[in-house]
Ligand binder design. Structure first.
Ligand code: CTP
Length: 409
């Protein structure tokens, strides 16, 4: 048998990037031989094994054919006769379809190295279409390598467009899609992920609510970029520049969905978009089974981002309501994520990226003032149950009034 390193490990070594996990392909072996050498099978009927010591994945060379819709619909053929070239041709991108032996001799029948040098994401063969998840994968790689100058080959984008138009994307499970989306959002240029999905028509299938933002104008005074879709991309871009966590990036992507519902005759104003957007944010989160923390923050940012931008003008009682809605006393971290998501929203505007955002520290100070109200003296005064809650609220309101007066003095 012959063993080759394949896929991302080869690609990233050639790019001079750190290699995290290594996939191996085994040519000329049978399942029995693998088991006899101590490899552990991954699934009952799939020709993938884990190395007894390193735990890395070793797959028998295989060919694959699609036998139905969606991900379950695959038949594969693994046997000692399947060649390395046959295994490589079923893979997604040329840059992912290279193999090397233990002497670092490259097998590159589909010119992945040339495409790496030319900075092109190109599909290997028509077999690309057998797994619609690859539409998301290519967009994710585009987001990851945009900084190196990579773009999607026009013929690959065309194939992605055909896949998007064919209804195949709807067969993807929420779990597989979310895994790609969440990884893509954590890349260096997540806005490129959304842009590529839009360019091939996948965005209007996967997230029509986000797609609908393109072409929707906003008032130029606050939004020199005007277009709500472009604004959303910029907010996402800022969230990556500032190395924000997934929760914040997800909230950035979804914060303005309500603007896609504004009747045209009201453009460029978007009255109550914070409220109208909530059901759309919920729908997108549910579609991909986004984790609870992502869902929660996206809804809160959707509902309250304008409050944050207007923080300095809010009455003490409105500030208190805002802090209560966030349960800032028990969930300070979530409030902090809200503040930074709103800051990204403020920076994601053409020419205003460097503008200061005093609202952030102002709200942090307000949260601190409200949190510092001590419960003990109220307990000592004999307050209990709902009355204690009311008394606490009164004290917090007092503290916020004092905070506001001090800040404006
Ligand atoms: N692959 C594929 N189609 C898929 C998933 C994977 O063709 N839908 C192939 C590609 O050759 C890929 C390899 O399997 O390089 C390993 O897949 P995976 O570990 O998911 O991706 P990597 O390329 O290693 O990329 P990453 O750095 O994102 O993990």
């Amino acid at each position: 048998m012959q063993i080759f390193k394949v896929g991302g490990a080869v690609r990233d070594r050639l790019l001079g990037k750190p290699v995290t996990d290594i996939d191996w392909v085994v040519v000329g072996a049978t399942t029995e031989e693998m088991l006899a050498q101590g490899y552990r099978p991954v699934g009952a009927d799939f020709p993938v094994f884990l190395h007894p010591k390193s735990g890395e994945e070793y797959a028998l060379a295989r060919t694959e054919r699609k036998s139905g819709r969606g991900y379950g619909g695959f038949t594969f053929h693994a046997s000692p006769e399947v060649t390395l070239e046959e295994d490589l041709i079923r893979r997604d991108l040329t840059i992912n379809a290279m193999a090397e032996d233990d002497q670092q001799n490259l097998t590159d029948p589909y010119h992945g190295q040339r495409d790496l040098e030319d900075r092109i994401l190109r599909h290997v063969s028509p077999a690309f279409a057998e797994d619609p998840l690859r539409v998301l994968r290519v967009a994710r790689f585009a987001a990851r390598y945009a900084g190196l100058g990579f773009t999607v080959a026009p013929e690959t984008l065309e194939l992605m467009r055909q896949l998007s138009d064919s209804g195949e994307l709807e067969a993807l499970t929420a779990e597989r899609s979310w895994k790609e989306i969440s990884r893509a959002l954590m890349e260096d240029q997540p806005q490129v992920f959304i842009q590529v999905l839009r360019d091939c028509g996948a965005l209007k299938v996967l997230m029509p609510e986000v797609d609908a933002l393109f072409g929707v104008p906003q008032p130029e005074a606050h939004h020199p970029e005007i277009d709500t879709g472009l604004h959303t991309l910029s907010v996402l871009e800022q969230s990556a520049l500032y190395k924000q966590p997934l929760t914040v990036r997800w909230a950035c992507l979804l914060h303005d969905l309500g603007k896609g519902l504004t009747p045209e005759e009201q453009w460029p104003r978007h009255i109550a978009h914070e409220h109208t957007g909530l059901k759309l944010i919920k729908a997108v989160c549910e579609r991909f089974k986004a984790p609870k923390d992502c869902q929660e923050l996206a809804l809160l940012v959707g509902q309250y981002h304008t409050h944050c931008h207007r923080a300095l003008e809010l009455k003490a009682s409105t500030l208190l309501e805002l802090l209560q809605s966030f349960d800032v006393y028990r969930r300070p971290q979530r409030f902090e994520e809200f503040i930074v998501a709103c800051e990204m929203d403020a920076r994601g505007r053409k020419g205003l990226e460097q503008r200061s955002y005093p609202q952030a520290d102002y709200l942090r100070g307000a949260a601190k003032a409200a949190r510092e109200v001590a419960v003990q003296p109220l307990l000592e005064k004999g307050f209990k149950g709902p009355e204690l809650g009311e008394a606490l609220k009164r004290e917090r309101l007092k503290a916020l009034k004092a905070y506001k007066d001090a800040a404006s003095a």
